[in-house]
Design a protein around this ligand. Structure first.
Ligand code: SF4
Length: 109
């Protein structure tokens, strides 16, 4: 249940590819949040976020922190493969927004 709750916070609002009930196929973007914060902590953190579109400005850091470790990186992530109009996963987008709004620091990764 815990993992599903995280998915509802991270993937539901931020991931175009999210399919409820398929949480066992977690990418590194979701696993990152599952390992570091409880559901309650994560909801509190996200409640402080202001609406903002992702822009890829933290890609160097996020590529090393998330994508390098992700099982979907090869043959599973259109964004990482450079496909046009293929956004990153919800975890990548959420982490980028938290960094850009100063709610997380690079040292927190
Ligand atoms: S953007 Fe793609 S490769 Fe990077 S963590 Fe998300 S699913 Fe994995």
């Amino acid at each position: 249940m815990k993992e599903h709750s995280h998915a509802s916070i991270v993937c539901g609002p931020y991931c175009r590819f999210y399919k409820p009930g398929k949480e066992e196929m977690a990418c590194a973007g979701l696993l990152f949040f599952q390992k570091r914060w409880s559901e309650e902590q994560l909801r509190g953190l996200c409640a402080k976020l202001s609406p903002m579109a992702w822009n890829g400005s933290e890609d160097e850091s996020l590529s090393a922190t998330l994508c390098r470790l992700c099982e979907f990186r090869i043959d599973g992530c259109g964004f990482r493969e450079g496909e046009a109009d293929s956004p990153p996963c919800g975890g990548y987008i959420l982490l980028e927004l938290l960094l850009r709004q100063g709610l997380l620091q690079p040292d927190d990764l």
